[in-house]
Design a protein around this ligand. Structure first.
Ligand SMILES: *[C@@H]1O[C@H](CO)[C@@H](O)[C@H](O)[C@H]1NC(C)=O
Length: 201
């Protein structure tokens, strides 16, 4: 009985972490619900099998598998993580930080203000959620690696970001978000694990 309750609880938590446009897919196991649009215009260089790249390691770390799951819905991002000619620093918020948010990462208080409780219902709502989630993910992707302390860059979402060391801890700025560890260092970049999330409204 106890085991069943834990299983149900885990299933509920997992479903709760999924945006509206992902939920039906997972339930019915029918593959991607949304067609993956616009391939990146630049000629990408997919990694050959000997080279370990970000796309190989991102899904490996269970601590960040919610964020890793979010990135998979956005083709240009997945391609970037697979591309040996583009370096990237991925700032992956730890699962517990995403679960602790008062709202899901794709929920925008402004959408609720403008559209009410049905902001994410139907096809339009799913598309809105998808765009919000894309912005959330992009705010955690820095298009450079190595990324030196104090180097001000723009995330894929277009906002300025840098990091500095405070008491021996890497802090992402603005926002003072601590980096708990560097999870992976591979050919085309690094995965850092964040204790919090960025640009959350
Ligand atoms: C990309 O990362 C590698 C380390 O894996 C580094 O040697 C190379 O200089 C980086 N390229 C750029 C453009 O930063």
């Amino acid at each position: 009985m106890k085991a069943l309750i834990y299983t149900l609880l885990a299933a509920t938590l997992t479903a709760a972490a999924l945006p509206p446009f992902q939920r039906p897919i997972m339930d019915k196991n029918l593959g991607p619900a949304i067609p993956l649009p616009n391939k990146s215009p630049t000629a990408s260089k997919p990694a050959d099998s000997d080279t370990i790249v970000l796309s190989d390691v991102l899904g490996r770390d269970r601590e960040i598998n919610i964020f890793a799951g979010f990135t998979r819905d956005f083709a240009p991002m997945s391609e970037r993580f697979d591309d040996t000619s583009l370096n990237t620093t991925i700032l992956a918020p730890i699962n517990s930080a995403i679960m602790a948010l008062p709202r899901k990462p794709w929920e925008d208080p402004e959408d609720y203000e403008n559209l009410g409780t049905e902001a994410y219902e139907g096809d339009k709502g799913a598309e809105r959620a998808r765009q919000n989630l894309q912005r959330f993910v992009e705010a955690h992707v820095v298009p450079a690696s190595p990324w030196k302390e104090g180097d001000k860059l723009n995330t894929l979402a277009g906002d300025e970001i840098w990091w500095e060391t405070k008491d021996g801890v890497k802090m992402i700025q603005p926002g003072n978000i601590a980096v708990s560890s560097v999870a992976s260092r591979v050919y085309n970049g690094e995965v850092w694990i964040l204790k919090g999330v960025r640009n959350y409204k």
